[in-house]
Design a protein around this ligand. Structure first.
Ligand SMILES: [Zn+2]
Ligand SMILES: [Zn+2]
Length: 158
């Protein structure tokens, strides 16, 4: 497989918050849950899960929005209010970056979709793996290995 063309950069709608990804993503996904429908103002949210030690906010500062904990921390731009990324309490080894924040996200394909049980009837994503709720915790290792082999890559720089 071609490589990931790292680093990636991205930002919120207004550009106040900028982020950088320097390590390959662990998995990509779409979440059809009712909460993500509200947060995204659409049918589902799109996520690139990246290792926390390969993720930095390089400009601006985020503020907490969405659910105000304790399990999840939804990081938003304080100016334009874009939902930029999410950290999960006690699982500080990864960050869920919203895929559409990436400057180059035209390559993005959700590898798995979750919470289809709450999805809108017309909302399909073409994800390789589909779950009515979320995968069991012990399924993630195989999912991430499959994604590392098969997952969609950014367009290659010439
Ligand atoms: Zn902003
Ligand atoms: Zn969700």
């Amino acid at each position: 497989m071609p490589d990931w063309n790292l680093p990636w950069e991205g930002g919120c709608r207004c550009g106040s918050v900028r982020v950088r990804v320097t390590k390959p993503p662990l998995i990509t996904g779409a979440c059809h849950c009712a909460g993500c429908q509200k947060m995204s103002a659409s049918a589902f949210s799109l996520t690139v899960t990246v290792p926390a030690d390969g993720f930095d906010v390089i400009a601006g500062e985020t503020e907490i929005g969405g659910l105000h904990g304790p399990e999840v921390h939804h990081h938003h731009c304080p100016r334009c209010k874009s939902w930029v990324f999410t950290r999960a309490e006690g699982m500080d080894w990864f960050v869920n970056l919203r895929a559409t924040m990436l400057d180059d996200h035209g390559w993005f394909v959700p590898y798995m979709e979750v919470w289809t049980s709450e999805g809108l009837p017309w909302a399909t994503t073409g994800a390789a793996r589909s779950f009515e709720t979320s995968p069991a915790f012990d399924e993630y290792e195989d999912l991430m290995a499959d994604f590392a082999r098969e997952g969609a890559r950014p367009r290659q720089r010439s």
